[in-house]
Write a protein that binds this ligand. Sequence first.
Ligand SMILES: Nc1ncnc2c1ncn2[C@@H]1O[C@H](COP(=O)(O)OP(=O)(O)OP(=O)(O)O)[C@@H](O)[C@H]1O
Length: 300
Amino acid sequence: MKKQAMVVMNPTAGKGAGKNTLFAVADGLCRGGYDAVVMITQRANHARDLMIERSSDFDIVICIGGDGTLNESVSGLMALHDRTPLGYIPTGTVNDFASTLHLSHNGEEAIQDIVDGTLFPCDIGSFNERYFTYVAAFGAFTEVSYTTSQSSKNLLGRVAYYLEGLKHLPKIKTYHVKIEYDGKLIEDEFIFGAISNSRFIGGNTFYSTKHAQLDDGRFECLLIRPPQNPLDLQAIAAALLKQELNDKFMIFFTAESIKITSEEEIAWTLDGENGGIMKAVTIKNCPHAIDFIIAKEHNE
Ligand SMILES: Nc1ncnc2c1ncn2[C@@H]1O[C@H](COP(=O)(O)OP(=O)(O)OP(=O)(O)O)[C@@H](O)[C@H]1O
């Protein structure tokens, strides 16, 4: 029997960019010896539901869409015990996670990479009852990120531009949070926090080295302290833009699991989408949870 592939495409992602990709994907799968079944998502969370209901009938599943569609697909697979390998073809805005895994945006190339591909057992983050593939963040800029149609193209870069654009310090909201991780405790004021599993969150100087980081069972965590004056503000923005860690204003650590609590409710973003508003979150690394299908040459 031929191998079976399920393609799940969000037609609205990236202003419909996936539509042009679809022929190349179906053609590549047929030439690669697969029977292809194409599903077009009709609503929010449809990708998740399709993964839960149908993915186990297939040898591979392929998600075509932006950050939100990938997040939904991963969340669907995470609900299952046996998870079908996942190929991802990004059609949203340039995606940090796709860049980290060297995933092509070009339909023909992307499907060839998948057909000839190899499995990369990737860590996934659990966030209370939800999941994220590469970033959970709060604070400066993140609250507006999902009220605009932007996604986290370069989250830290946009935090920097946001800070630079601020004329008045009082506009920057500070959050008093308690952060517990790997037996340690930090309690302080911060304007931004990101728990991520991606090299490209702030560009590759922050989190350099190969994508091995995505399968090490740990997150990279970055917290930014409040600036006290315009010079501080400038220093933080400059460090973010130069993709450097500034020890005076930034705390960086890696962790397997993190608990973040606060007196007030905090708005979170998960993979650039609305993550909800809450006072307590528990974030855990689910090591090697999803097998991503990636090009052989990038899985050394
Ligand atoms: N048929 C549909 N009509 C409207 N919305 C849909 C449909 N199918 C899926 N969606 C929703 O579209 C949302 C946005 O998708 P996604 O994030 O993948 O695209 P994007 O915003 O263009 O990409 P990016 O976030 O990478 O810029 C998803 O949260 C998904 O729930």
